[in-house]
Design a protein around this ligand. Structure first.
Ligand code: ES4
Ligand code: ZN
Length: 326
């Protein structure tokens, strides 16, 4: 359609994408074979059929099992390159990627292997596709703060390649306050700070992420809308929200995409962006997310242009890079 053409033509940044969540079933099966790792799927089709989860924890169980096929530097390179080539077709010109080092070091894969593979592909993506990048190290919140601090310290040799620290995995029962010391340390080390909050957790978790983690960007944040004072605070801060429509649909954060709060966020003056979260698991990449939410909410060209513009304004690009992109 006309609108799909307009969306395709918009240069975009993606700010909320878990690299391990871009592992397509085809590559998972191929890497399982290449590395002799057992997975419970005989084929990509079987894996896809198993993606019948409807809540965060059930998804995460499949996600951690899926990433167990990633073993070598080449695996991380292949994973990252596949994502970049795919998102280049959506006219993404800048990406800020989450990765979960604890999901790999726990399985005996050294951080150097992970980092060499990912950064090698990112550098190639900059050279060959013109896509700039930032990396955000995510801490798994279902593990202890001590384990998170160890993961953070272990990453310091790669400090020059990591712009920020994030917080992901199971939200309920693992409030931001659990990681207050870790985020203070991350700030002292000069990392920017982001956290998943208000996806399945309450508005209080968003307030905690602001007050105790001192976040620079809010991942999801949907449930902030339940608290008018919090909305006003986020608006006043011009806090960027990295919203993930197809993820929200798949994980039942919204029952129907037509009920999605994205337009209400924009109308409230919030700096909302559109992102894919875990595209291999949630049914679409960046462009798919823009197209699906445009249709569901009948977003206008103005609104779409605002969303794309927000993706650069909310990015961790330099001011000069932002200026060139917008
Ligand atoms: C995630 Cl959708 C989502 N939420 C929390 N943690 C995650 N890790 C990967 N995807
Ligand atoms: Zn996420």
């Amino acid at each position: 359609t006309d609108m799909d053409g307009f969306i395709a033509g918009l240069p975009k940044a993606e700010l909320h994408m878990h690299l391990e969540g871009s592992l397509e079933p085809e590559l998972m099966v191929a890497l399982a074979r290449r590395n002799g790792v057992e997975i419970p799927y005989a084929s990509a089709e079987q894996a896809r059929r198993a993606y019948a989860f409807t809540q965060l924890q059930d998804f995460l169980d499949l996600y951690y099992r899926g990433m167990s096929v990633l073993k070598t530097e080449q695996d991380f390179r292949d994973l990252t390159s596949a994502y970049l080539e795919r998102v280049a077709r959506d006219n993404a010109i800048h990406v800020e990627l989450f990765f979960d080092p604890q999901g790999h070091t726990e399985r005996g894969v050294p951080l150097d292997v992970v980092m060499r593979g990912i950064t090698g592909a990112l550098d190639e993506g900059q050279r060959k596709l013109g896509i700039s990048h930032r990396l955000i190290l995510c801490i798994l919140r279902h593990l202890s703060e001590k384990e998170g601090l160890e993961a953070l310290e272990a990453a310091l040799p790669w400090r020059h390649r990591i712009v920020g620290v994030g917080l992901d995995s199971s939200e309920k029962g693992h409030p931001p306050a659990k990681f207050e010391r870790l985020f203070r340390r991350a700030g002292e080390l000069g990392f920017l700070r982001v956290a998943h909050a208000g996806e399945e957790g309450p508005p209080a978790y968003v307030r905690e992420a602001l007050d105790r983690l001192r976040i620079d960007r809010l991942d999801h944040g949907n449930r902030s809308l339940e608290d008018p004072a919090l909305v006003e605070r986020l608006r006043h801060l011009q806090m960027t929200l990295t919203v993930c429509p197809l993820s929200n649909l798949k994980l039942k954060v919204v029952e129907r995409l037509e009920d999605h709060p994205l337009r209400r966020m924009l109308q409230a003056g919030l700096r909302a962006t559109v992102n894919s979260d875990d595209p291999a698991y949630f049914g679409g990449y960046l462009g798919d997310n823009y197209r699906a939410i445009q249709k569901a909410l009948s977003l206008t060209r103005d609104e779409l242009a605002t969303l794309a513009r927000n993706s650069f304004l909310g990015s961790f690009m330099t001011e000069a890079e932002k200026k060139a992109a917008i």
